[in-house]
Design a protein around this ligand. Sequence first.
Ligand code: DON
Length: 303
Amino acid sequence: MDYQELLHDAMDAARATKGRGRVADYIPALAGVDPGGFGMALATVDGEVHGVGDWEKPFSVQSVSKLFSLALVLAHGGDGIWHRVGREPSGNPFNSLVQLESERGIPRNPFINAGALVVTDRLLTLTGDAAESVREFLRAESGNPDLGTDPVVAASEAEHGHRNAALAHFIASHGNLDNDVDTVLEHYYGHCAIAASCRDLALAGGFLARHGTRADGIRLLSRSEAKRINAVLLTCGSYDAAGEFAFRVGLPGKSGVGGGVLAVLPGRASLCAWGPELDAAGNSVAAVAALDAFTTATGLSVF
Ligand code: DON
């Protein structure tokens, strides 16, 4: 299969969506990004890497980081996390507060903000530094030693973080945080504000394509745990648009409001597409169009 040519075709499909979404503007640091940017990378399980467009340009990974924090919690702490967070789609926006009240502070899944705060809390307990453990993992898997948190984005998230602070306090009021709220929020913003490229993220997602094995061949997760993360990515990775994403793309995937989407073809490859214009659910219009074009042209999906 000529992946390079397929990525070019996917980029053409993505570029045709220009103007159909809106760049995230909830923090000034993200609003300044070029709306027309686009990149896409594919990393195969046997080490080939392909890319098109701005595939080596760093962007704010935002919620894409939530898949790595979950993987590290499962790797270091096992499946006890599932007593503190569910694994059902929420059907609500990623930053919604409504379900927490009737569901006793147990977030629906690890990828909505509420769930990711619980996962970050657990990672903090397990490693002593949740944000750094995500950065370290991304550096190791991507081979990019310069990968780090953008301090301006992190500070801006904290400054405008009333909703996340409300979620964290509410969860804490139900006894579902072990660390203090401000520290959990600091580490949550620390991993959301990591800047990484499509190339970095496609490589870092490789452990899910390799059924749990890291780039160096060492096992991070059991095959079954990797399957479970992929399953939760499919059902919850793009929030209240997870059904539409599965329908169009047919792959487990995680989106972020920075415009990135990381998708997994188990046994074969991991892909990351980026374009900053978002749809109403907070998913990149161009990245979803590119992944849709790729899986439609190749027939490569989990279905
Ligand atoms: O906490 C937030 O709202 C952001 N740091 C991350 C949200 C996000 O990326 C949702 N993804 N589509």
